[in-house]
Design a protein around this ligand. Structure first.
Ligand code: NAG
Ligand code: NAG
Length: 154
């Protein structure tokens, strides 16, 4: 009986995490608790920025902003880091969650990946790239191997 209740509770917690629009944020310096959103100066650019302007997302294969209806897509850059963009249609459908962590799933064309690169733009805004290796752009202040998380499984 106890185990059944624990299992039901775990299922409810997981279901709730996937069911409602979620904020997505980083958990490590220098971008600790900055939130995923469009860059005000170029709304197709994906940045980590202030909590006050955080967007909310539905995460279900695609990642869609409930604020702008735009989808989070991975570019086809030849570098190990790939430009992320917000677009009207979802071209990336391999997003998933592993606990509170944003990943590309094992069955996606990228395999299971969870690393991102953040490069400083101005103020509290950092452009985010999907990172499949280790290279970084020269001449920019960047932080490699960042991961993106839901604020909590609640
Ligand atoms: C806006 O950002 C996107 C994604 O980084 C980029 O491809 C595009 O060239 C930018 N547009 C302008 C006008 O800078
Ligand atoms: C995005 O939508 C959420 C939920 O409706 C709202 O609380 C938040 O202020 C919105 N963010 C922006 C930047 O408008």
């Amino acid at each position: 009986m106890h185990h059944l209740l624990v299992a039901l509770f775990a299922a409810a917690v997981q279901g709730a995490a996937l069911a409602k629009p979620e904020q997505i944020r980083s958990d490590q310096d220098p971008v600790f608790h900055l939130y995923l959103q469009a860059y005000p100066k170029n709304t197709s650019m994906v940045v980590l920025g202030p909590a006050a302007t955080s967007e909310y997302f539905n995460i279900a294969g695609s990642i869609q902003s409930t604020n702008t209806s735009s989808y989070l897509n991975i570019g086809s850059d030849s570098t190990s880091y790939k430009t992320l963009t917000f677009d009207k249609t979802a071209t990336t459908t391999g997003w998933g969650l592993e606990g509170d962590t944003i990943i590309t799933t094992q069955t996606s064309s990228y395999g299971r990946q969870l690393n991102f690169l953040a490069c400083q733009l101005d103020g509290q805004y950092w452009q985010v790239y999907f990172q499949t290796g280790s290279s970084t752009p020269s001449g920019k202040t960047c932080s490699n191997y960042q991961s993106l998380h839901l604020p909590c499984l609640c």
